[in-house]
Design a protein around this ligand. Sequence first.
Ligand code: SF4
Length: 236
Amino acid sequence: MNAKFREILIKRIEEEREAAKHISQDELAEEICNIGFKCLMCGKCCRREFGDNRVAVVPDEIRRIQKGSDLTWKAIVEPLNIEANSLQDECYLQGESGMIDEDGNIHTFGWMLQRKNNGDCVFIPEEKKDSKCSIYELRPLLCSTYPFYMEELELRASECEGIGGEITKQDSKEIAGMLLKRYLGELQDTILTYKNYDGFIPAKIGNIIAKSNLKQGYLNYVVHNSEGTCKVTKNI
Ligand code: SF4
């Protein structure tokens, strides 16, 4: 990413953040109320087999989970990576190929909650009938506002069987408040991430190294995030 393009990108997101500050919580709550939502406690949004269950989190949220639990940073998050069926998936390294440097490091932006080998969120029980989140009180805003999210100043909703369900005005207002907090937090995090980003040079040789690392059971990542750059080794 060249410096000029990065500047344009940052400016655009800063404008979106400023505009987002003027979104009315009451109006947003009304929209949510009109769409309707009731959580069916099915846990499908936490499990990989029902779709993309990646949960992007910002450093402040990771620290909040750490504070309320005895979990390490590494036990909570992994680099935000592409959505593939598994890391062993043939397509995985191809999907990341433009993001690998000459040392075989895969460059990514930001963090997501750890997932188990089967792709489920690390905080959902193995037993399929049990969908109780083990960090429910500490869960990230993406989880507590699901299936809603904000994009380009508009309310959007992901696919979810709870959509259309009965919701009180009070609950809609609560979700709207969290949604705005999440939206502003994510925009701010993206701005800082781009400001910190120094770039890297992709190299084809890196793909060969990453493939060999994968065969040996690990992958090296460089995570560009709002607090700088972090090197992480993920055991596969
Ligand atoms: S943190 Fe909890 S609510 Fe969020 S995806 Fe994981 S199990 Fe589900």
